[in-house]
Design a protein around this ligand. Structure first.
Ligand SMILES: [Zn+2]
Ligand SMILES: [Zn+2]
Length: 143
């Protein structure tokens, strides 16, 4: 995914803070909180405020360029997103976030929820937690 192209197409400038935030997110496999992004960029000498980090993240989320995920302890992190509908699974040991395709496999569950609550389901947020293959191997080695 070319985020710069998508941003320009949506009518937004590729400003320095936007570039810095996206580069940081793309350079890591673990979700980053707004504060962590701010602190790392400041440490690298970037001149931006926490508010502009929040605004940038908000914009990227609204354009579908990044996704919000919940860390095992409940804090909110951000990761780059590929196009289309997808979900995340997070490793509880190394905090790595992996994306997987979300298809119509939830149709049965949504039908059940609608039946039970009489709501019309329009969207959902689904995330799994677990232990990634790398961390599974590590725990085998130490056992
Ligand atoms: Zn792991
Ligand atoms: Zn889904």
């Amino acid at each position: 995914m070319d985020w710069q192209k998508l941003l320009t197409q949506a009518g937004f400038r590729i400003s320095k803070p936007r570039k810095q935030v996206m580069q940081l997110l793309e350079s890591t496999q673990t979700p980053q909180t707004a504060l962590a992004i701010y602190q790392q960029l400041r440490a690298q000498g970037a001149r931006l405020s926490l508010v502009s980090v929040y605004r940038t993240l908000e914009l990227f989320v609204s354009l579908g360029l990044i996704s919000m995920v919940y860390e095992p302890e409940g804090s909110l992190g951000y990761v780059p997103a590929s196009a289309g509908h997808h979900h995340y699974i997070l490793c509880q040991v190394c905090h790595r976030a992996v994306e997987f395709a979300g298809t119509e496999d939830l149709a049965g569950l949504i039908y059940q929820v609608e039946n039970q609550t009489q709501f019309l389901v329009s969207d959902h947020l689904l995330q799994f937690f677990g232990v990634c293959p790398k961390c599974q191997n590590k725990s085998k080695e130490s056992a």
